[in-house]
Design a protein around this ligand. Structure first.
Ligand code: SAM
Length: 683
């Protein structure tokens, strides 16, 4: 999970990589400023000045983030000349991230970028493998920092392992910055494999730039670029030592490399209907104003879509998102499976997403302590802390003394995990603020059904009396388990699962609680004279009436988690307790459901061959309903998952390169159950 940090030595006042035997920034003044080389070579000034206001985004992808100098120079120019309504999407892979303090020292050598570097340093992610998407500079730049090997990371954000379909139905990269140290020192960053991956994410408008090729290798790099399908453009030399190259993608892909057709059967997530690239004047309507619907609405509004939200309540966040205190819940694992990877990335993303709310005084970023409850989980915690060593800003293993100090309670557990960046929030207020801040209208209506009309290619939404409530180009269902009532989504295996939280009056011992403590359940620090404590799981119970036995269960869970915590909850009378009961939407594999809605009957037919042979290979793509999407199934983790899944859905709708790996997208895909069930002959 944690990734190896760069080993930097300072030589002649400049940062030097001991692993690659090369300076990040040259100590000699004449040859420095790689970053402005890239700006000139890419002719960015002219290109960005001429960008149409209707252009939603421009995508740069870089091999080797290093100290982020190219990123900051590009951002600086972008902020000065690009249309305010467009976003710079900057993908950059880095296998050996520079540590934050070292980064600050390097960037102090570029005083003209001071404001931008301060913001980058503030939001610089913890050194955890995977993709960290960070919105910077008033949302005008999105940095997708991919901690991992460049070839692996860029392959993982391709649409398919089959390179022919890498950017199928999706925008390509506009410009590549190839900056992975000189080829003599680091041949892997110039390999035919990586260049083929780069080509697969390019189209005829894409250019690739290098500013730092050593003489000895210029021919090899040119040849590899050409083999990958790039045409080398004439450029002036920039000195005797380092050469630069500009190459335009020809559209002819990687003739020299064998196509990887072996994984054709994983193409079910691709839509066989080629859709025109979406435009920002399209209207998107979201049914459901809970945290999933509101975060989706914002992610789409930021991409320029005209967004509306419809809900059966007059205000946002009244059902599953209606508790007054909800926690951004940490659930890590020592294993590397998709569920823990998604949990981890969602947690990191949401803690960045909510930071401005906490800074603005909503809720409390008080930190969360997770207690093991039993010996097996304690063993997992130790392994987790080993895997996340070097990520103390995010998670720390702490012992009893520190547990007591940090929580403010006399806890009995000998160890626990402490997450300083997490906390609690009032989700309904978050929902309302999100809509308000982005000027997104909320329409009060109870949608009973909808259908797609070919005459106008729009979705038509009706209430129970058959009144047409609204029509829209693109529709997103964010109604949690309510997706069961719509004909198009009712095949999804979701469960409506009741949960009750209890409002525990502040006691003489609990009043000192400073952090959230969780284990079997959770308890928050006092707010408005109460602690929120929860929650129960009641299957098959569909009433929101409070139940005394559920209050008792919540209190008992705290005692199971830690006897010291149990003792602190003294003199509580469950019969007089207040609380709230509502419903979660859970799925069989505990993962959310995010993406385009399959045409169930036609996919059943097309993928019927999986019943005979679950491992059968095929280039078959899926069949999806036009412009219909879903975002639901978050169980108890709506607050943690929603910002992350909203971002995924927004990139899918706007046909942008997503900021998460393909296997994670497939793990949350609405068609996954159908494919699994066919393979297991359950359908
Ligand atoms: N673009 C950077 C900037 O503007 O500050 C400078 C990049 S530096 C010349 C090259 C970077 O590539 C180093 O940070 C190095 O750790 C990284 N790198 C080397 N091999 C890599 C690999 N296989 N995958 C990803 N990054 C790699």
């Amino acid at each position: 999970m944690a990734i190896i940090a760069a080993d930097i030595q300072w030589r002649k006042g400049a940062p030097y990589s001991t692993l690659f035997n090369e300076f990040y920034i040259s100590p000699s003044n004449e040859t420095e400023q790689n970053e402005s080389e890239f700006l000139q070579l890419g002719d960015f000034k002219r290109r960005w000045q001429g960008l149409s206001k209707h252009c939603a985004s421009f995508t740069i992808a870089e091999t080797g983030f290093g100290a982020g100098l190219n990123f900051l120079s590009c951002s600086d120019l972008w902020l000065n000349i690009a249309p305010k309504s467009s976003v710079l999407e900057f993908f950059s892979a880095e296998l050996f991230p520079i540590d934050k303090a070292e980064l600050a020292k390097i960037l102090s050598q570029r005083p003209h970028l001071r404001n931008l570097s301060d913001e980058l340093i503030k939001h610089y992610p913890v050194p955890v493998a995977g993709i960290h998407s960070i919105e910077l500079f008033q949302g005008r730049v999105r940095l997708h920092l991919m901690f991992g090997d460049a070839n692996e990371m860029f392959s993982s954000i391709s649409q398919s392992p089959n390179k022919e379909q890498a950017h199928y139905n999706r925008r390509p990269v506009d410009v590549w910055l190839l900056d992975g140290f000189a080829p003599t020192n680091n041949p892997a960053m110039w390999s035919p494999e990586l260049l083929a991956t780069i080509a697969s994410l390019s189209d005829q408008t894409t250019i690739a730039l290098t500013a730092n090729i050593d003489q000895k290798k210029i021919l090899t790099v040119s040849k590899n670029l050409q083999s990958a399908g790039f045409l080398i453009q004439p450029t002036e030399s920039n000195g005797p030592q380092k050469l630069r190259l500009k190459a335009l993608f020809s559209g002819r892909k990687h003739q020299q490399l064998e196509l990887d057709n072996s994984s054709g059967s994983t193409q079910w997530h691709l839509d066989k209907t080629v859709r025109p690239i979406s435009t920002r004047d399209q209207e998107v309507t979201i049914i459901g104003a809970g945290i999933a619907g509101c975060t989706t609405a914002v992610a789409l509004a930021k991409r320029g879509f005209k967004v509306k939200v419809i809900d059966r309540h007059p205000r946002a966040g009244q059902e599953g998102s209606g508790n007054s205190q909800a926690i951004v819940y940490p659930k890590l694992s020592p294993r590397d499976d998709v569920l823990p990877r998604i949990n981890l990335q969602a947690l990191l993303f949401s803690s960045r997403y909510y930071a401005p709310f906490w800074e603005g005084g909503l809720g409390n970023q008080c930190g969360v302590i997770s207690l093991p409850g039993n010996a097996k989980i304690a063993e997992d915690f130790i392994q987790i802390s080993q895997r996340f060593s070097g990520c103390g800003d995010f998670v720390q293993l702490i012992e009893n003394d520190e547990l007591c100090d940090r929580s403010g309670l006399s806890l009995a557990s000998s160890i626990g995990l402490f997450f300083p960046l997490l906390g609690w929030l009032p989700p309904s207020i978050i929902c309302q603020q999100l809509l308000k801040e982005h000027g997104i209208p909320l329409i009060h209506a109870n949608i009973d059904h909808f259908n797609h009309q070919q005459s106008d290619s729009r979705w038509h939404l009706f209430d129970t009396s058959e009144n047409l409530v609204y029509s829209t180009d693109i529709l997103v269902v964010a109604t949690a388990y309510g997706c069961e009532k719509f004909e198009q989504t009712n095949f999804l295996p979701v469960t409506q699962l009741r949960g009750q939280i209890s409002k525990l009056p502040v006691g003489t011992r609990t009043k000192s609680l400073k952090t959230i403590v969780c284990g079997d359940g959770y308890i928050t620090p006092a707010h408005d004279n109460y602690h929120s404590c929860g929650a129960t799981y009641n299957k098959g119970l569909f009433s929101t009436e409070l139940r005394v036995q559920d209050h008792e269960m919540n209190i008992a869970q705290m005692g199971h988690t830690d006897s010291g915590l149990g003792d602190a909850l003294e003199n509580l009378d469950a019969t007089k307790m207040d609380g709230r009961a509502n419903f979660r939407c859970t799925t069989k594999d505990y993962l959310p459901i995010v993406g385009p809605v399959p045409n169930f009957s036609s996919m059943l037919k097309d993928f019927g061959f999986l019943r005979r042979d679950a491992r059968a290979d095929s280039m078959m793509m899926g069949d999806y309903l036009p412009n219909l999407y879903i975002n639901c199934g978050m169980g108890s983790r709506g607050l943690s998952y929603a910002p992350y899944t909203a971002e995924l859905l927004a990139t899918q709708i706007s046909q942008q390169i997503p900021s998460l790996e393909r296997d994670l997208i497939q793990a949350m895909h609405p068609a996954r159950f159908l494919i699994r069930d066919l393979k297991k002959k359950r359908l």
